[in-house]
Design a protein around this ligand. Structure first.
Ligand SMILES: *Cc1c(COP(=O)(O)O)cnc(C)c1O
Length: 448
């Protein structure tokens, strides 16, 4: 059997799978912080195009992927499904381990699966510029690539500490033609007021989101774009699981367990959601999300309405959260450092359709190094969480012939500095103290 299972272009996925109508007991609507009532769509139209808002609440199980988006996807999709034979051998397991390789995309992660359709729908709505925030730089790179494909400008507010520590992500965004500033910046009222108080502020995702939103409303023809959490982002990512399902069928296989790492939840939703209808119809399959022990939204957070950002500018969403003013520690899987979890993934966890586990960063880097040596791909620190969980599944009982599928959400070639720190023994584990979580969740908005 060949190691890579390649889906012929003719068999490509042409519709996304929308899990919304299939979620038992459904989702609660986002609420307007001004009156605690469901958010009026007109307000959201000030920052998002109508097509994306429709997808955000669509009752249709299948949504067509526009031809112009499929044409750009053809650069790297269908992405390979790979049998991790060398890893299996190193572990001495009878389990079959497959991974979906999303690292082959232009920005090196799954995020281009959503940045391309988001840029497309905005361009169709007459928007010529997108503003966004980026933490570790992966979303900024993905949106920079997508916007120029549709002749649009891109403005990225990059969290100051990453801006300084990850110069190559910045270079990637510049290469794709985006403008990048360190956040807090002098360009927005929020940035100015924070700099006035603390000129050396390292910034945060919450501050950068506020800056991108202020930029959006003060520039005509500009919209805002978000790379995770929202329903339409999870929808776009389902192309991962839909392709994987077809590829497994090509070799007569079906997974016993599907695994993905969880930051805002989009790549996990992408690989797992297409298997949700099978599970609800009684099929024996486990869907396992993996979050960092240092930012454990689902395993230790509460299920409540909360804001998406620190300055309470976003609608309130019902989700597992550690509280909007939770400050995640500086672990190296930057893409997993978010206080909340996608409402879709949260609801699937609430209904026990999915399982979740939390892992520490050292055991994840260890797994990532073994994966690099055996399979030849240096994984993103985020993806190492999925790899660790896959290894745990494969080694629970070495003689159990099960089939494991995990998502390799990205490569780590721009995260080599953290690998160096790991090798030098300079990284440590961090378990968030229970008191700090209890404290942060006390400040959740009160909904009557
Ligand atoms: C952004 C990112 C993540 C986390 O985001 P999700 O929305 O949870 O998928 C995981 N892996 C990589 C490589 C990322 O860039």
């Amino acid at each position: 059997m060949s190691k890579q299972i390649l889906l012929p272009y003719e068999d490509r996925i042409t519709q996304w799978y929308n899990v919304l109508p299939d979620i038992p007991n459904g989702l609660q609507p986002p609420l307007d912080p001004e009156n605690n009532q469901p958010m009026a769509p007109e307000k959201l139209l000030a920052i998002f195009p109508g097509a994306l808002l429709e997808q955000e609440m669509s009752p249709n199980p299948w949504i067509d992927i526009p031809q112009a988006v499929q044409d750009i996807f053809a650069i790297w999709r269908p992405s390979p499904l790979v049998r991790a034979t060398f890893l299996e051998k190193a572990l001495g397991t009878k389990a079959k381990i497959y991974f979906k390789n999303e690292s082959v995309s232009p920005s090196g992660s799954h995020k281009t699966n959503s940045s391309v359709p988001q840029a497309y729908y905005n361009q169709q709505a007459g928007i010529h510029r997108l503003a966004t925030e980026t933490g570790a730089g992966q979303w900024g790179s993905a949106l920079s690539f997508a916007t120029q494909k549709f002749g649009m400008e891109c403005m990225v507010y990059m969290v100051k500490i990453s801006f300084d520590q990850k110069p190559y992500r910045k270079a990637m965004m510049h290469t794709f033609g985006a403008e990048v500033v360190a956040s807090p910046s002098k360009l927005t009222p929020t940035g100015q007021s924070i700099l006035a108080k603390d000129p050396n502020s390292p910034g945060s995702l919450g501050i950068a989101i506020s800056e991108a939103l202020e930029d959006t409303v003060s520039h005509p023809g500009t919209n805002y774009a978000l790379g995770s959490v929202l329903n339409h982002v999870c929808l776009h990512q389902t192309i991962i699981g839909l392709e994987a399902k077809k590829q497994l069928a090509m070799v007569g296989d079906y997974p016993d367990v599907v695994i993905g790492c969880c930051g805002g939840g989009s790549n996990f939703a992408g690989i797992a959601n297409p298997f949700v209808p099978d599970k609800l119809n009684g099929k024996k399959i486990r869907l396992l999300g993996v979050e960092p022990a240092s930012c454990p939204s689902m395993t230790r957070g509460v299920y409540a309405y909360d804001f998406g950002d620190l300055s309470k500018r976003t609608p309130m969403m019902q989700m597992y959260t550690l509280g909007h003013d939770f400050i995640p520690p500086g672990i190296h899987a930057g893409g997993l450092r978010y206080h909340g979890m996608s409402p879709i993934v949260s609801a699937l966890y609430r209904e026990k359709v999915i399982e979740v586990m939390a892992l520490h960063q050292l055991e994840c880097f260890e797994a990532g190094v073994l994966f690099a040596k055996t399979e030849g791909i240096i994984p993103a620190p985020e993806s190492c969480h999925a790899i660790r969980a896959a290894i745990m599944e494969a080694t629970k009982d070495l003689n159990e012939p099960k089939t494991i599928l995990f998502n390799l959400s990205g490569h780590g070639l721009l995260d080599l500095a953290s690998y160096e720190q790991y090798h030098a023994g300079a990284l440590s584990n961090y378990e968030y103290p229970a008191e700090a979580i209890a404290e942060a969740t006390k400040r959740l908005p009160k909904i009557c």
